[in-house]
Design a protein around this ligand. Structure first.
Ligand SMILES: *[C@@H]1O[C@H](CO)[C@@H](O)[C@H](O)[C@H]1NC(C)=O
Ligand SMILES: *[C@@H]1O[C@H](CO)[C@@H](O)[C@H](O)[C@H]1NC(C)=O
Ligand SMILES: *[C@@H]1O[C@H](CO)[C@@H](O)[C@H](O)[C@H]1NC(C)=O
Ligand SMILES: *[C@@H]1O[C@H](CO)[C@@H](O)[C@H](O)[C@H]1NC(C)=O
Ligand SMILES: *[C@@H]1O[C@H](CO)[C@@H](O)[C@H](O)[C@H]1NC(C)=O
Length: 424
């Protein structure tokens, strides 16, 4: 449907290759715990046509890396290393019962007990009919728009939704408990998915309701706030530009003449450019363009993720840190080349009205919005500490694996090596 047939064939071949190589002898039930259900049907879709070969490599990289002994410094290299391997000794060893206690073994998915052909590891957020032939239901849309909303912002949300075409499935997260009112006023609401949980933050919903296997069919996922002025925005045109420029994490430029601004790099350029990826100088004083947030940076209020980038970002959202502060400074980890694959779309832009809607959701008797902000700051510190520690642990594991490989023994599995943090 959305997939370039060549890519589909290639990723199918990759999966076939994987299964064939991993289970060269027998496929008995005792071997099945090593079967890993890859949550994606394919790559980033036809949109990455210009980077087709690297996308394919990247799929292989993500697929293979967890099973590979590697001392390569990047995932592309790891994938290449596997493909060059004449046999799969390391992989087979990993899946043997002897390796059952390996701490890096992927946990069972639950699908192992079933005959593989009945396993459906993906879903979507598209509503179907209760009657008729399932094959004749309206097809799942190509993209997904999600917004975290309160009913007081209904006019703006309605205006925003109207900027998105029929190619989008729409999902609203309600933090104020008011859901049915939307149906009464807006016809599109009846076709939208509504999730209601009071006083929760955008990242809380995203973690719980946008699991990568559930949003798998959508080539791009929009995670938007409710307070964006979209007068000069068209979603289809936005997707066209993002695809054209190979942006895997992006946002519309922010029109600072009409709205708030936090960073230079996400400010819309009014110079006729379609997209930009970095900034230098200016009030943000980006003297080093290679640091975040001077390039490879997208803010949290209106990010747009490719399917694969979202799968990564979802895993980075901490379950307990619901405000998600600090995530945007780390989105760069979710693409191969942040300075190329992350950017800001100037030609389709919005204004950030910065309505402190969620801030009002603190309990007045316990401090209200002030305490909400205090928690967000605390979460920011916690997140930074966690990611620092995780980087250190991954680096240590990497060294251990390299040492073990050098010693010729079966090494623990390599994880994707951390890239050096470059945020200021
Ligand atoms: C690790 O890297 C070294 C040097 O690049 C190479 O000789 C060695 O084969 C590599 N080991 C593995 C397990 O890839
Ligand atoms: C990643 O690995 C590939 C293949 O080994 C290599 O050509 C490339 O230079 C590496 N890139 C970086 C940034 O290390
Ligand atoms: C291939 O298998 C043979 C025999 O099991 C082993 O000696 C050799 O090291 C393997 N080669 C690689 C690259 O894993
Ligand atoms: C919703 O937005 C559309 C497009 O801007 C507009 O035509 C319509 O009147 C709005 N609906 C309501 C109930 O305000
Ligand atoms: C940028 O930093 C320099 C010093 O490094 C300072 O002199 C200058 O005023 C700053 N520019 C802005 C716009 O803040």
């Amino acid at each position: 449907m959305r997939l370039n047939p060549i890519l589909t064939a290639l990723s199918g071949a990759a999966v076939g290759f994987f299964i064939g190589v991993s289970f060269p002898v027998q496929l008995g039930p005792s071997q099945l715990p090593c079967y890993y259900v890859f949550p994606w049907r394919g790559g980033e879709g036809g949109g990455e046509a210009t980077a087709g070969s690297s996308t394919t490599t990247n799929i292989l990289g993500r697929l293979w890396v967890p099973f590979v002994v590697s001392n390569n410094s990047n995932s592309t290299g790891a994938a290449a290393a596997v493909l060059q391997q004449p046999n799969a000794t390391a992989t087979t060893a990993t899946c043997s019962p002897a390796a059952a206690n390996n701490r890096n073994k992927p946990p069972p998915t639950g699908a192992e007990r079933l005959p593989p052909k009945i396993v459906v590891s993906e879903s979507d957020l598209h509503m179907r009919r209760l009657w008729g032939d399932p094959r004749q239901d309206t097809p799942v849309r190509k993209y997904l728009l999600t917004m975290t909303v309160g009913f007081t912002e209904k006019a703006n949300v309605n205006a925003t939704v109207h900027k998105f075409s029929e190619d989008f499935d729409v999902m609203l997260f309600h933090y104020d408990g008011r859901t049915t009112e939307w149906d009464d006023e807006f016809p599109w609401s009846k076709d939208a998915i509504h999730v209601s949980a009071r006083k929760q933050a955008k990242r809380w919903y995203a973690k719980r309701f946008l699991h990568p296997s559930v949003v798998a069919p959508y080539e791009y996922v929009f995670l938007w706030d409710e307070d964006l002025a979209t007068d000069f925005f068209d979603a289809d045109e936005y997707v066209r530009l993002v695809r054209k420029h190979g942006l895997r994490i992006s946002q519309p430029g922010l029109d600072v003449t009409r709205g708030k601004k936090t960073y230079d790099v996400t400010t819309r350029r009014n110079d006729g450019s379609e997209v930009h990826r970095s900034t230098v100088g200016g009030p943000g004083n980006c003297s080093d363009v290679h640091t975040r947030p001077c390039s490879g940076f997208v803010e949290v209020m209106a990010p747009v993720f490719s399917r694969e980038a979202w799968a990564c970002a979802w895993h980075m959202i901490q379950n307990d840190l619901i405000h998600g502060w600090g995530l945007d400074l780390n989105f760069w980890r979710c693409v191969d080349d942040p300075e190329e694959q992350m950017g800001v779309v100037d030609a389709q832009y919005v204004a950030h009205r910065a309505v402190p809607t969620l801030g009002r959701q603190g309990n007045p008797e316990t401090g209200g919005g002030g305490k909400v902000r205090a928690r967000a700051w605390r979460e920011f510190a916690d997140f930074n500490a966690r990611i620092r520690n995780a980087d250190r642990a991954a680096a240590a594991q990497q060294q251990e694996a390299a040492a073990a490989a050098a010693a010729g023994s079966a090494a623990p599995l390599a994880t994707r090596p951390p890239q050096p943090p470059r945020s200021k």
